[in-house]
Design a binder for this molecule. Structure first.
Ligand SMILES: CC(C)(COP(=O)(O)OP(=O)(O)OC[C@H]1O[C@@H](n2cnc3c(N)ncnc32)[C@H](O)[C@@H]1O)[C@@H](O)C(=O)NCCC(=O)NCCS
Ligand SMILES: Nc1ncnc2c1ncn2[C@@H]1O[C@H](COP(=O)(O)OP(=O)(O)OP(=O)(O)O)[C@@H](O)[C@H]1O
Length: 200
């Protein structure tokens, strides 16, 4: 079974593109939401996050305090590195377990969707990477429309913590253009055929 990564900067549309693969029956691992699930359910990780970022890392109901962590981590490279070092290895283990079950069930390929495949090093365990491309100004406008609670400066701060589009494009094995220059569906169908063929 192939393990294919799908990445792209904030607002590139990787979740939208991943949903098209999912509609074709491809299992998709959503690293963002799995990271949040692991941060909420893994008691060791929870204790480590509270030790690193204070008890405010969780709210009174025991839920992850995302606005607090976003403020702390997206404004300070050292704090973000600390958060990543605690969370990313656990997400890696969670993905490995998830993918092993699907391999045993005979899936030809699965997708791992993550904003940070290169930055987190998790590209190393994958058989190919798709980068979803859209220019920075288009991505910023989409995120401002989607995330009402984030300011333009906050979106820019997140972009500054991610690899540039140029670098992601240079390192990608496959690219899906989601900048309105091409239709997405034919690009996804072509990749789906490629991966099914590669897996045989
Ligand atoms: C800091 C947290 C709690 C903020 O949550 P919030 O709901 O406000 O934002 P959300 O998760 O939707 O992130 C917004 C966007 O920021 C970007 N982003 C998320 N984590 C990171 C990071 N560690 N480094 C750079 N960019 C990031 C992504 O493009 C993401 O879509 C959350 O992002 C988090 O737990 N991040 C650490 C875990 C992680 O790295 N997740 C990403 C893939 S594993
Ligand atoms: N081609 C498009 N035209 C218009 N809007 C789009 C297009 N592609 C995606 N969007 C919208 O842009 C926003 C960002 O897309 P999406 O959530 O898929 O991005 P993402 O890459 O997963 O971002 P993040 O890193 O924040 O998770 C969404 O609201 C989505 O509906």
């Amino acid at each position: 079974m192939l393990r294919i990564g799908i990445t792209g900067g904030i607002g590139s549309g990787k979740s939208v593109v991943a949903r098209v693969f999912a509609a074709l029956g491809v299992p998709v691992y959503d690293s963002d939401s799995r990271a949040k699930y692991v941060m909420a359910s893994d008691l060791v990780l929870r204790a480590q996050l509270q030790e690193a970022f204070g008890t405010e890392a969780y709210d009174a109901a025991g839920q992850l305090n995302r606005p607090y962590l976003a403020r702390v981590a997206f404004n300070d490279a050292a704090q973000l590195a600390r958060l990543n070092a605690l969370v990313h290895p656990r997400v890696g283990e969670d993905f490995a377990t998830w993918a092993a079950a699907l391999a045993a069930a005979g899936q030809p390929y699965v997708l791992k969707e993550a904003a940070l495949l290169y930055e987190s090093g998790s590209y190393r365990g994958l058989d190919g990477i798709i980068t979803v491309f859209a220019p920075a100004e288009v991505r910023a406008a989409r995120v401002l429309r989607r995330d009402g609670h984030r300011s333009a400066a906050e979106v820019q701060a997140i972009m500054d913590k991610q690899l540039s589009e140029d670098e992601k494009l240079a390192r990608a094995d496959y690219v899906v253009y989601n900048d309105d220059s091409q239709l997405v569906l034919p690009q996804v169908l072509a990749l789906d055929a490629t991966f099914r063929k590669r897996s045989t």
